[in-house]
Write a protein that binds this ligand. Structure first.
Ligand code: E4P
Length: 218
C-alpha cells in the first residue's frame, strides 16, 4: 500500500518524508489556499518545492472545467516535473481530458469520486489513480469503505490497472480499514500516518526494557 500525505504544508511533507515511508503527496485548491498559496506563479513554485522534498507522485489539480482549459493547464502542470500527476475532476470534460492525457502518456488522478460508476468510467478513460472520498461519504452517513470495496471488486473483475487512491482519510482506522480491503494508496493527514505508530503496550514495554538495562548496567 502506498502512503501519500494530503497537504500543501511543506513542514508536514518534510516530516512525513523523513519518516521514510512516504510515497507521494496530494494537494487540492483548498489545501493550497489553506497554506496561503495564491496566484499562478506562487502555486507553480509551490509544486516545484514539493517535488524537491519527495521522491514520489505529486498530484496537482487543474482549475479549468472545460476540455481545452483542462488540457492546457494539465500539460503545463505535467511539464513542471516528472513527478507531477494531473488531478482532474470527475466531470464529462474531465473524462475526455483523462483519455487525452492517457493517450499522451501523462499520468492523472481522477478526483471527487463518490460512486462505482464514476470509478469505472475513470478507469475506462485510462486514469492512473481514482480518488474516492471516504471521509466525505462518512460525513453524510454513507459508508465510504463500501464504495472502495466495490471499486476494488469491479477493477479486479476486469484487471483495470487504475490504482484506487483512498482519499479524504480522516484518521488512522481509515488507513487500516483501507489496507484490509485492498486500496492501492491512501492519502491522509500526517496524524493518520503517525497514529499507526502508537500502542500503549509498546510504550510500557520499552520503558521496562530500558529500566532493566539500566539496573544491569549501573
Ligand atoms: C483528495 O485528494 C483530496 O485532496 C482530499 O483527500 C480531500 O479530503 P477532505 O475531505 O478531508 O477535504
Amino acid at each position: 500500500m502506498k502512503f501519500f500525505i494530503d497537504t500543501a504544508n511543506l513542514d508536514q511533507i518534510k516530516e512525513a518524508q523523513e519518516l521514510g515511508v512516504l510515497d507521494g503527496v496530494t494537494t487540492n485548491p483548498s489545501l493550497m489556499a489553506k497554506e496561503g498559496i495564491t496566484g499562478k506563479e506562487n502555486i507553480i513554485n509551490h509544486y516545484k518545492k514539493i517535488c524537491e522534498i519527495v521522491t514520489g507522485d505529486v498530484s496537482a489539480e487543474v482549475i479549468s472545467t472545460d476540455f481545452e482549459g483542462i488540457i492546457k493547464e494539465g500539460e503545463e502542470l505535467a511539464a513542471l516535473h516528472d513527478q507531477i500527476i494531473v488531478k482532474v475532476p470527475m466531470i464529462k470534460e474531465g473524462i475526455k481530458a483523462i483519455k487525452h492525457f492517457s493517450d499522451k502518456g501523462i499520468k492523472t488522478n481522477c478526483t471527487l469520486i463518490f460512486s462505482v460508476g464514476q470509478a469505472l468510467l475513470a478507469a475506462k478513460a485510462g486514469a492512473t489513480y481514482v480518488s474516492p472520498f471516504l471521509g466525505r461519504l462518512d460525513d453524510i452517513s454513507t459508508n465510504g469503505l463500501n464504495l472502495i470495496e466495490e471499486i476494488r471488486l469491479v477493477y479486479d473483475n476486469y484487471g483495470f490497472e487504475t490504482e484506487i487512491l483512498a482519499a479524504s482519510i480522516r484518521h488512522t482506522m481509515h488507513v487500516i480499514d483501507c489496507a484490509k480491503i485492498g486500496a492501492d494508496v491512501m492519502t491522509g493527514p500526517l496524524s493518520s500516518i503517525e497514529g499507526l505508530l502508537k500502542h500503549p503496550l509498546t510504550d510500557i514495554g520499552l520503558e521496562k526494557f530500558l529500566a532493566d538495562y539500566k539496573k544491569g548496567n549501573e
